[in-house]
Write a protein that binds this ligand. Structure first.
Ligand code: ADP
Length: 161
């Protein structure tokens, strides 16, 4: 039986789309580890610590079986280190498919036994992405229907002049 699933991503910042997926995963798996990628080659709006902190604030009080972590290096190594073989990823639209397929097949190739499970969010979140949220917030738009109130405040702080 698969006890633990790893949900990796940038979460820059976490949106209601991510949250929808985490909720679904938490109903399927006894334990879910939401894992923030520390990729120094990718510039992010929020630092690794800020992203982890936001996830912690939003998830820990809400789910008993969801933990937050961060990792660098290979995802499959992180997955194995946690005695898991399940990766959760999200599919919003056809546009996600090519990249996600490439990622899933590469991970399976370099670490046999590791499987990727794709979950689809509620239809209303299929268009939602962290990059759009950052863009709207940057120009002062209202992002409260896309992200949790603690993220709204953090975005306001970030873009305050
Ligand atoms: P990454 O840089 O690894 O793609 P993201 O935080 O953008 O990190 O996404 C992590 C995962 O969550 C990806 O599989 C992505 O497709 C999925 N995801 C992002 N936004 C949504 C959403 N609105 N609904 C469902 N899945 C999503």
């Amino acid at each position: 039986m698969h006890k633990k699933a790893i949900y990796p991503g940038s979460f820059d910042p976490i949106t209601y789309g991510h949250l929808d997926l985490i909720e679904r995963a938490s109903r399927i798996f006894p334990e879910v580890i939401v894992s923030v990628v520390n990729n120094p080659n990718k510039s992010t709006l929020f630092s690794l610590n800020e992203r982890v902190e936001l996830l912690d604030k939003i998830l820990c009080s809400r789910f008993d079986n969801v933990k937050v972590a961060s990792f660098d290096g290979l995802l499959v190594d992180f997955v194995k280190d946690h005695n898991s073989n399940m990766i959760i990823r999200g599919l919003r639209a056809v546009s996600d498919f090519e990249y996600e397929l490439q990622l899933a097949l590469t991970n399976r190739k370099i670490s046999s036994g590791v499987e990727t499970i794709f979950l689809m969010p509620k239809e209303e979140y299929t268009y939602l992405s962290s990059s759009l949220v950052r863009e709207v917030a940057k120009y002062g738009g209202d992002v409260s229907q896309f992200v949790h109130p603690v993220v709204v405040s953090k975005l306001k702080e970030k873009f305050a002049v």
